[in-house]
Design a protein around this ligand. Structure first.
Ligand SMILES: Cc1cc2nc3c(=O)[nH]c(=O)nc-3n(C[C@H](O)[C@H](O)[C@H](O)COP(=O)(O)OP(=O)(O)OC[C@H]3O[C@@H](n4cnc5c(N)ncnc54)[C@H](O)[C@@H]3O)c2cc1C
Length: 391
């Protein structure tokens, strides 16, 4: 009787796990079931391009079926509702599944830090559908400005200056001149703010690269409000701790992630922000038959003593590792503790600019860094055997 491996989530972590496991495990040993709420894999790392309207949905949407075809992976398109690790069962909206091994790769959720009105009155950027909502809203703001001349329609605020906030504000900076041209609106009518509570932008990047990013974005019209927390949001208004109020119809919140509520509700041990604690093999504490990976878990960088940031790079590496660990569980064999290999970090600053830290010592900026980022996406697509339509 084959052992059943159920993988929850077909993001970077979950999809790679399924493909890696299938490199070795035969259908006779193992049944592989992949559960995802959509029948497509989302390139979350490209969502800022969609949200700003620079690219179409197809550039970030990869249909799963062609990727897993002939690999004996069953895709169930359904919503995971709960996990019962004691009974080894998962409840989906349409059915229940039992498992021998479970991989939880459901990604993260948005952290709103209890800021009043933030959840109700902001856009987020964690899925293609949310990116579409944002893009449509922005186009509508430009169109409406013609009739109302309401300046809050052309004031855009991105909350958070981490990776995704900066990448989004960079896309906005490049997109605004195009939208102004299309709508016959002078560019100086547009205001673009990046608001960050922490004392600097882009934590984790070297000082010179941060300065380079700030300069590039400021020159293209971005106004940074750094060290200024958002304290309240109401329709049409963002209140800052320094007492200022920004009148805007568009706040995009990228300022925090937390673990997945399903993981918390299942009773797995988590840190205060809800990401699961795991052992060196990425197993949930107390459950050797459950792996929790990607943004749903939390691992410490022993060199810095701080948690690794949630990235697609690490999520994919965890998927590769867990594919191998599962094969060792099924067939016997040794496992190497998981240690991420950080190839570098690249943040795009719009269509033609980026900052990159490659390896430990090498830095790149400008068009070259942007191309390196694009190549890393292509490398990932080649790894999973996917093709996307040109957008
Ligand atoms: C705008 C933006 C830019 C970024 N840029 C970069 C970058 O340049 N480099 C980088 O390394 N990282 C980047 N990141 C971070 C990166 O995208 C995440 O760390 C990565 O997506 C985590 O992968 P994951 O597999 O854990 O989760 P996800 O990719 O979020 O996948 C989770 C999957 O689970 C599915 N799912 C969730 N809940 C359910 C449910 N209840 N039922 C069924 N299915 C469910 C989702 O549909 C999804 O398919 C960026 C993030 C954003 C938002």
């Amino acid at each position: 009787m084959p052992k059943r491996v159920v993988i929850l989530g077909a993001g970077y972590a979950g999809l790679v796990t399924a493909l890696e496991l299938r490199k070795n495990a035969t259908p006779e040993d193992t049944e592989v079931i992949l559960v995802n709420k959509h029948n497509y894999h989302q390139l979350v790392t490209q969502l800022h391009e969609l949200g700003a309207g620079a690219k179409s949905d197809t550039s970030a949407r990869i249909m799963i079926e062609p990727v897993i075809r002939n690999k004996y992976i069953t895709l169930i398109k359904d919503h995971v509702e709960s996990i019962d690790p004691k009974e080894k069962r998962v409840r989906l909206s349409q059915q229940e599944l039992s498992y021998d091994y479970l991989v939880v790769a459901l990604g993260s959720e948005t952290e709103y830090f209890g800021i009043p009105g933030l959840k109700e009155h902001s856009f987020i950027l964690k899925s293609i559908n949310q990116a579409r909502l944002l893009r449509t809203h922005i186009e509508r703001c430009f169109a409406e400005y013609h009739y109302t001349r309401d300046e809050s329609l052309l004031t855009f605020v991105v909350g958070g200056a981490g990776f995704s906030g900066i990448e989004l504000v960079g896309e906005f900076a490049d997109r605004m001149p195009v939208l102004c041209e299309e709508n016959n609106i002078p560019l100086d009518k547009v205001k673009l703010f990046n608001v960050e509570a922490a004392p600097s932008i882009l934590p984790g990047f070297d000082k010179e690269l941060v300065e380079r990013a700030e300069k590039s974005l400021t020159e293209r019209g971005v106004k940074f409000l750094v060290g200024v927390p958002i304290v309240q949001v109401e329709p049409g208004k963002v209140h800052l701790k320094n007492g200022d109020v920004i009148a805007t119809q568009t706040l995009v919140w990228t300022g925090g992630v937390r673990g997945n509520q399903i993981v918390i509700d299942a009773g797995f041990e988590t840190e205060p922000r809800g990401r699961a604690k795991v052992n060196e093999y990425l197993q949930a504490l107390g459950y050797e038959d459950v792996y929790i990976i990607g943004d749903s878990c939390f691992i410490i960088n022993e060199e810095t003593g701080r948690p690794y940031p949630p990235t697609a790079q690490i999520a994919g590496q965890m998927g590769t590792a867990v594919g191998k660990y599962l094969f060792a569980d099924l067939r016997g064999g040794t496992k190497e503790p998981f240690k991420p290999q950080i190839m570098g970090s690249i943040a795009s600053l719009g269509r033609k600019d980026a900052i990159a830290k490659i390896g430990k010592n090498y830095q790149a900026t400008g068009r070259f860094a942007y191309i390196v980022k694009d190549m890393s996406k292509l490398r990932y697509l080649a790894k999973i055997g996917a093709v996307i339509k040109k957008a």
